[in-house]
Design a protein around this ligand. Structure first.
Ligand code: ADP
Ligand code: MG
Length: 767
């Protein structure tokens, strides 16, 4: 058994730095190179196992080397059998001597019982060597775990963790956690035992052995991180880090290795983001525009309220960017209802005041239409609306004739793939609006992403605002160039989805952040209750609606999300609409869903906005951006189907005015996760707290994926915990890119970023 140790390769790797066992000499291999070497090249992995591993995402040697242990057993802390603390928790490393299955039938029916006799193993650490006292044995009992019989064959060494009890004066354990350390064919002698998780049919022990083999073949692993960075943060080099994270000499080594490799994951991303920022900002000619102009002043003076301190601060930050000769590249974060739209409009007006155009894009057509109405309304409050002209057939632009007659006005147009409108024209066609955009007649253009993607031409695009958009990725940001100017317009991205700082540094790391961290005065948090989906529960909800409507307020009823079937969703919202109409026959109730025509959607919204409708029964088409200050109740049916961030967005539609809001979540809490989500919603209205809870419930993989971060997955770094590592990585990346913006002196790093982060960063390396 002992002479097979070398075969597993692991102890060799653990002692990687010792002279008798140094890593293979030679030029070494980069992670990017290992990314292209199939796992099949690893000893003892044939085509069949390789196929099985590939299904779990382990295709290359690099993948295998990044299958990190999820925990370690520190043998120096393991207790031998004679010293086990009776009635305490302990971990014992022992070898299976024999197993047997007594016949039992408990009072509650037959139970599957397995008794395993174990003895201290020489692998269990110094204290467990069978010394003068002879070999100590004890019995471990498992109930209803028949697979243990196959797993714990005689000769197997495993760690057993659990509570120690006594039976007839001898220690015993019942249903402890089991971590296999070795079986007959393989053994392991390191002091700290890494525990890798199984992959498919490969047990933790076999995976560990495969990792050991892979490491021996791969080392030395080249280090792409500049020496100066390693010295600044006192990091071990990458080769050592890979050896020590898998086969550490001590727990300290494991921790240091992790610290180093966490940095690497974050550093890659931060360098990619710093390069992005360099390409999109530092290398670009921007447009200098003035926030301090008559138009913006008139607009702000015309508002029925004063800006909050936070709005003023953020506006000043934006003002500096607008003025500078470099393009603005900024993220505006602020809770739902914190007043981002006003700030955005001021930025758009700065473009107009400087002789340029502004564009604002919403994620959906409904929202674009709504945004158009809000902007039109805000401008007219400030006396900035132009008179409306009938469009002339034949392309004569009448709008500008009227402008001379009145004072200063601002021409706003809506342009989506199905609709066109303008505040200075009565029912213009799409082609007319497109022409006006190209001619610069339309000064502010509202639309969806298609504004940028469909190649709509602008005359002089100065400011672009992207509202409520988490998926406006880096590649889209890079297409903003050449929209009617040889200069890069100023870009402001707005989001109401608060995300933990580490995550936003990853998703939006190329953007500078402004935060509106204060709500307009007089808002009180929306009171949220979870009610069961029973007839009493529902009548509570209907009562709440009736009470608020009696006070002159309005209500939303949101129907369940039905994945992948808009048709079913429409059926469900329609039947909900019928039910509410019959329960509340004296109220005016309207219906909204994604299959209505644009004109119908706009009509429905207009009726609700004007107060004509009391209750709006809707699908999630109203999820973000809808602003009806008089709406105070939100009933969400089948709330358990929604994710936390969606629920938070939906809830943000009420309590936006002077009146307090209520949110009723009608839920069948079918899974523990959905119960947790409902509880979190009832407990807090703090979006950041909800975002953290969401991460905890779903795990960062899911959250990352859903947001299409495009920045590779993080295997070691933890989005909630590794903020300081992220800050370090960002600082190092910024310094590096400032001095070497094309990574000319860092070819290994460039290669690794291109290889690991893939398609999303490809454009950085083209040309
Ligand atoms: P967001 O886009 O951040 O969710 P909005 O810009 O839609 O928020 O603003 C929410 C509501 O608050 C709107 O009705 C808006 O008119 C109002 N509002 C914005 N700023 C203020 C302020 N400083 N004082 C009072 N009300 C405000
Ligand atoms: Mg908004």
């Amino acid at each position: 058994m002992a002479n097979q140790t070398v075969e597993t390769g692991s102890p060799a790797a653990a002692r990687g730095s010792s002279p008798q066992d140094s890593p293979p000499s030679g030029p070494g291999r980069s992670l990017a190179y290992l990314q292209d070497v199939s796992v099949e090249r690893v000893r003892n992995i044939g085509p069949r196992l390789a196929g099985m591993l590939a299904k779990s995402g382990v295709r290359s040697v690099a993948d295998l080397l990044q299958h990190f242990p999820h925990r370690y057993l520190d043998r120096s802390l393991v207790v031998p059998i004679p010293e086990l603390p009776i009635d305490g928790e302990a971990t014992l490393i022992a070898e299976v001597v024999s197993t047997y299955r007594p016949r039992v039938s408990g009072r509650r029916g037959p139970r599957e019982m397995l008794k395993v006799t174990v003895q201290d193993s020489h692998l269990g650490g110094p204290g467990s060597d069978p010394g003068l006292g002879g070999i100590q044995r004890m019995e471990i009992t498992f109930f209803n775990q028949p697979f243990r019989g196959r797993q714990l064959l005689p000769g197997t060494v495993a760690a057993f963790s659990g509570k120690v009890t006594t039976f007839r004066g001898r220690p015993q354990m019942t249903n402890p956690d089991v971590e296999l350390i070795s079986s007959d064919e393989e053994s392991f002698e390191g002091r700290v035992v890494p525990v890798h998780s199984a992959v498919g049919e490969m047990t933790p022990v076999r995976i560990r052995s495969a990792v050991g083999n892979a490491l021996r073949r791969a080392r030395p692993i080249l280090d792409p991180v500049p020496r100066s960075v390693l010295e600044t943060w006192d990091f071990m080099d990458r080769d050592q880090a890979f050896a020590n994270i898998h086969f550490p000499k001590s727990m300290d080594h494991a921790r240091e290795a992790r610290r180093r490799l966490v940095f690497d994951e974050l550093f890659r991303i931060q360098v990619a983001l710093a390069l992005t920022r360099h390409r999109l900002v530092e290398e670009q000619e921007g447009i200098s525009q003035q926030l301090e102009c008559q138009l913006v002043t008139d607009f702000l003076d015309g508002l029925p309220y004063d800006l909050t301190g936070a709005q003023k601060r953020v506006l000043a930050e934006i003002g500096e960017d607008l003025e500078s000769g470099r393009p603005m590249h900024r993220l505006l974060q602020g809770e739902v209802g914190s007043g981002k739209t006003v700030v955005a409009l001021a930025a758009l007006l700065a473009a107009v005041g400087s002789g340029n155009q502004g564009a604002i894009m919403a994620p959906t057509e409904v929202l674009a239409e709504q945004l158009y109405l809000v902007l039109r309304e805000m401008l007219s409050q400030a006396g900035l609306s132009p008179p409306v002209a009938r469009p002339q057939v034949g392309g004569h632009h009448m709008g500008s004739l009227f402008q001379a007659a009145g004072g200063v006005t601002v021409r706003v147009a809506l342009l989506t793939s199905s609709r066109a409108a303008a505040n200075y024209l009565d029912a213009p066609g799409r082609s007319r609006v497109r022409e006006d955009v190209a001619a610069g007649e339309a000064q502010i253009v509202v639309g969806t992403h298609s504004l940028i993607q469909e190649g709509i031409r602008f005359r002089r695009l100065g400011v672009v605002v992207v509202d409520e958009q988490h998926r406006f990725g880096v590649s889209q940001r890079s297409t903003l160039k050449h929209k009617g100017s040889d200069r890069q317009p100023d870009l402001l991205i707005m989001t109401a989805t608060p995300i933990p700082r580490t995550l936003s540094m990853t998703l939006y790391g190329d953007l500078v952040l402004s935060t509106i961290d204060q709500m307009p005065p007089g808002r009180s948090p929306v009171k949220t209750s979870v009610i069961e989906k029973t007839s009493e529960g529902l009548s509570t909800a209907y009562r709440a609606i009736r009470t608020e409507v009696a006070k002159g307020r309005q209500a939303f009823v949101i129907c369940p999300l039905i994945e992948d079937s808009e048709k079913l969703e429409v059926q469900s919202v329609t039947s909900q609409y019928r039910e509410i109409t019959s329960v509340l026959p004296d109220l005016t109730i309207d219906l909204m869903h994604g299959q209505l025509s644009s004109a119908d959607k706009e009509a429905v919204m207009a009726r609700f906005r004007s107060g004509e409708t009391d209750v709006l029964v809707s699908t999630t088409v109203i999820e973000v951006g809808i602003d009806i200050p008089n709406a105070t109740v939100m009933v969400i049916t089948d709330a358990q189907r929604f994710g936390l961030s969606q629920l938070h967005q939906l809830r943000g539609r009420v309590g936006r005015g002077r009146h307090a809001g209520r949110c009723l979540l009608v839920a069948d809490s079918t899974t523990p996760d959905s119960t947790r989500r409902m509880k979190a919603m009832a407990r807090t209205t703090d979006g950041l707290e909800l975002a953290r809870e969401d991460l905890r419930i779903r795990g960062q993989g899911a959250v990352f994926g859903a947001r299409q971060s495009g920045m590779g997955d993080l295997k070691l770094a933890d989005i909630l915990r590794d903020l300081s590592a992220m800050k370090r990585a960002k600082r190092a990346a910024d310094d590096l890119v400032r001095s070497d913006p094309y990574l000319r002196r860092q070819p290994l790093l460039a290669e690794e970023i291109a290889e690991v982060l893939g398609d999303d960063v490809q454009w950085l390396f083209d040309s």
